[in-house]
Ligand binder design. Structure first.
Ligand code: SF4
Ligand code: SF4
Length: 443
């Protein structure tokens, strides 16, 4: 049998050697928390990578331990030796996807997801169908049927999917003097279903003195493909996005989706061997900012009006663990008078189970993590859940709904936007199928 990895970007032995097997990462790992299995911990998976480099073949068992990893990188900040686990698992995943013969139904399912999710136009075409299915009650009926777990998850997420149709213009001028020209990533699921978040982000940036360019021709950033091990597809999408924003004449590129921002900050690393793009990718990554990070860098200019309510802020893994952005979203919320920002009282740094498309591939583990997170979020007894990633939003709201609780949830930017526009608290807390349309009229 051939060894697990070929010479095309295998997990780096140098990075693997940085692991001293201390086990400090174990308690931070959601899959270790669920099953208590060494091989489903960061240390165990690193051990398997080493075995693979030493010539062990890609067995079904080895692949299942890699597949069960969420890629949440909670193990990175927990590691005193600074092991870069994210780079290791991504290199491993692209080897697995190229070399491991998955079953035909598994391949077809994965191909279907990747033919759909990175393409906003294809996703947008589903919006009216989803709206119709919801109006006819088909999804709620389907969740009561004994469907396979993956299909159950799809229907539950479909039930709470926002169906926002807000539009974002290609150019929005700054209110008053322009401090900065900002390019806005519109995203895929964000653009197709959560476009109100993009509209709110644009209004906030404009109010705080930024001109906002949102090129209509932009596509996916490649995050879902990269996290799924589809490296060539991810790099093709990354190059296209670099091309698009190079012509946009902007100072920085703002992102309001945790997973996308994390990927875009990695372009310089991922394209380091591409003679045409290495330098351009490095420059691009340097200009990427999460939108809360950007707002804290430039400081607020527009007045924030009081919002006398409590919110519980959930850290998206790809914002907190991958980008180290924890303080900025909280500081952005705390600049709003009257707003009380609460913490998730337990297991704050444990992933909610969304993790890109993990919940569509590993629905049982994701369901267990979603239930834990929803219970912990609800224990904060806040008026509203606030997060910065559509995947977390859907996962937690769907888990709460499964237990009969309608949990109102919004993005950080929707809260700031409501404050700047002096909208009432009730516009944020009014739950509509698990989401809130603060305004459906675009920018
Ligand atoms: S990954 Fe880091 S924390 Fe985990 S066992 Fe290795 S050195 Fe220790
Ligand atoms: S990325 Fe997350 S699930 Fe994977 S080993 Fe690290 S902590 Fe565990």
């Amino acid at each position: 049998m051939q060894p697990a990895f070929d010479a095309h970007d295998p997990p780096s032995l140098q990075l693997i050697d940085e692991c001293v097997h201390c086990g400090f990462c174990l308690s931070s790992c959601p899959t270790y928390l669920l099953w208590g299995e060494e091989m489903d911990s960061p240390r165990g998976r690193i051990y398997l990578m080493r075995e693979g480099l030493q010539g062990e073949p890609l067995s079904a068992a080895m692949v299942s331990h890699y597949d069960r990893c969420l890629g949440c990188v909670a193990c990175e900040p927990a590691c005193p030796s600074g092991v870069q686990y994210g780079k290791l698992i991504e290199a491993t995943r692209q080897q697995v996807e190229r070399r491991y013969p998955r079953s035909i139904p598994e391949r077809m399912y994965r191909d279907l997801l990747y033919e759909l999710l990175p393409y906003p136009a294809r996703l947008s075409a589903l919006r009216p169908l989803l709206a119709l299915a919801r109006r006819l009650g088909l999804l709620s009926r389907a969740t009561r049927l004994p469907l396979p777990e993956r299909l159950q998850t799809v229907t539950r997420l479909g039930e709470v999917m926002p169906l926002s149709t807000a539009q974002v213009p290609e150019w929005t001028p700054a209110a008053g003097d322009e401090r900065l020209r900002v390019g806005l990533l519109l995203g895929c699921i964000q653009r197709a279903f959560f476009s109100e978040v993009n509209a709110a982000t644009t209004r906030v940036l404009s109010a705080d003195g930024c001109g906002v360019a949102a090129p209509g021709a932009q596509g996916c950033c490649g995050a879902l493909s990269e996290h799924g091990g589809r490296r060539d597809e991810a790099l093709r999408l990354a190059r296209r996005l670099i091309d698009t924003f190079e012509t946009a004449d902007v100072d920085v590129i703002a992102v309001n989706v945790a997973g996308c921002g994390s990927m875009m900050k990695e372009y310089g690393y991922l394209l380091r061997d591409d003679p045409m793009y290495a330098e351009r990718a490095r420059r691009f990554s340097e200009r990427v900012r999460d939108v809360s990070e950007l707002l804290q860098e430039i400081g607020p200019r527009a007045d924030r009006h009081p919002l006398p309510m409590s919110v519980v802020y959930h850290d998206a893994c790809h914002l907190s663990n991958a980008q180290g952005i924890r303080a900025q979203p909280r500081a952005t919320l705390r600049q709003i008078p009257g707003l009380e920002v609460r913490e998730v009282p337990r297991e704050r740094d444990i992933c909610c189970g969304s993790a890109g498309i993990y919940n569509l591939l590993q629905p049982n583990a994701a369901g267990d993590l979603g239930d834990r997170k929803a219970a912990n979020v609800l224990d904060a007894k806040a008026d509203l859940l606030v997060t910065a990633n559509p995947g977390c939003h859907l996962q937690i709201v769907a888990a709460a709904q499964r237990h009969g609780v309608q949990l109102p949830a919004v993005h950080v930017m929707q809260v700031v936007d409501a404050s700047i526009r002096a909208l009432g608290v009730e516009t944020l807390t009014r739950a509509q199928q698990g989401t809130v349309q603060v305004a459906g009229d675009g920018v």
